[in-house]
Ligand binder design. Structure first.
Ligand code: ATP
Length: 361
């Protein structure tokens, strides 16, 4: 472990699930390729927002990043220590697993589900503190809880501390979930669709609170959303990165502002087209795809997984898998043959309905 190690690094991470294939229990199980070949580093004080359609593997990659989902391939490290080796209590583990668990926190889409309906807010918040900061006395514990409730705008904190979950609004429950995560003094918080269930008017408020807390506590955030406008709001305000998932792969990643201004993966262009509220430019009337339907992650397309829908796909895209390539000088990367002027892609025949011409449809 070194101070320069990223908080979390994912290397070639793969998560495949076996599921029963149908009505016949004797059939071989099918493999859902939820995540394939994902590389991602999250340094300290960093914000990454991941977007993608439902089923693209966002939740799975988020859970893998915070050690809640074991990868079936590749590695997930916390400050250089393999999380799953630490969990198996390898004698040479440089960071104890409990320390890793404390450092990687999660806030869910439905904050109510993580609060015990029979316990007051204070009792729910005291529980993890007792476990991870056993040296704190009851008075210090209470003082810390009240100060943090106040910090997230739940004022007067004594009043909120005594309430039960059913006495809180959705936004207040999400604030309690944030407090619970922050009380652990985490290095990374996974916020999985954390604002999706809130009223539109409340979303910006809760995202502003996250941004404020992120800056104050220097906590890194991995924010997951199916909604590009929310992901953009959070990532751009934090000067963070935006990642785009498609059928289990991270197809584009870079500074949010740069990815949206100059998207390179044709799928990122589709997401941008589908989110007119971004107000980035006049969109075309038709979506920039040949096929609307998303293929099944049980049997993803060969080669580039987007080739069945891509308006620029050629035979080569059907056969070969593109590597992630740099776009310009910065950290912006995308997986598309079109970024390589020397690629055989350019000499290959377009698939039916596709064209090599970049006619920004
Ligand atoms: N425990 C599991 N067992 C079997 N399949 C799973 C499991 N968890 C996820 N999957 C499958 O893996 C794929 C990716 O799921 P995941 O929840 O990561 O996607 P997502 O992008 O977060 O979607 P959503 O926004 O709908 O939650 C889906 O096809 C899903 O059905």
């Amino acid at each position: 472990m070194s101070v320069d190690d990223p908080v979390v690094s994912l290397e070639n991470v793969e998560v495949h699930f076996e599921q029963e294939s149908g009505f016949n229990p004797f059939d071989d199980p099918e493999t859902v390729r939820a995540v394939d070949g994902v590389d991602l580093e999250i340094p300290e004080n960093d914000v990454v927002a991941i977007v993608g359609e439902s089923g693209s593997g966002k939740t799975t990659i988020g859970k893998a990043a915070v050690g809640l989902q074991k990868p079936t391939g590749g590695s997930v490290k916390f400050r250089g220590q393999d999380i799953w080796e630490a969990k198996r209590r390898f004698s040479n583990s440089s960071i104890p697993y409990d320390e890793i668990r404390r450092s990687l926190q999660i806030i869910h889409q439905d904050p109510g589900s993580s609060l015990n309906p029979h316990r007051t807010v204070e009792a729910s918040l005291a529980e993890p503190l007792k476990k991870h900061q056993a040296d704190l006395g009851p008075e210090d514990r209470e003082a810390r809880i009240l100060a943090m409730l106040d910090r997230v705008g739940m004022s007067p904190p004594h009043d909120y501390a005594r309430r039960y979950p059913h006495q809180l609004s959705g936004g207040e429950k999400q604030r309690v979930a944030l407090v619970r995560a922050l009380l652990m003094n985490p290095d990374l918080i996974l916020a999985d669709e954390a604002v999706s269930a809130l009223d539109v008017s409340l979303r910006v408020e809760v995202m502003d609170l996250m941004l404020d807390l992120q800056a104050q506590f220097d906590t890194s955030f991995l924010f997951i959303s199916h909604d590009l406008s929310n992901a953009r709001y959070l990532a751009e305000h934090a000067d963070g990165r935006l990642g785009v998932m498609y059928l289990g792969e991270l197809v584009e990643l870079g500074k949010a502002e740069e990815v949206l201004r100059n998207p390179q993966h044709p799928y990122t262009k589709v997401l941008k087209w589908a989110t007119p509220s971004l107000g980035l430019e006049e969109g075309a009337a038709e979506p920039p795809v040949r096929e609307i339907d998303i293929p099944d992650p049980i049997d993803p397309p060969s080669g580039c997984r987007f080739h069945t829908r891509c308006p620029y796909a050629t035979e080569y895209c059907r056969e070969s898998t593109p590597d992630r390539r740099s776009v310009g000088e910065g950290t912006h990367r995308a997986s598309c043959f079109r970024l390589d002027v020397g690629s055989d892609y350019w000499r290959s025949d377009p698939l039916e309905g596709a064209s090599l011409e970049a006619d920004e449809r």
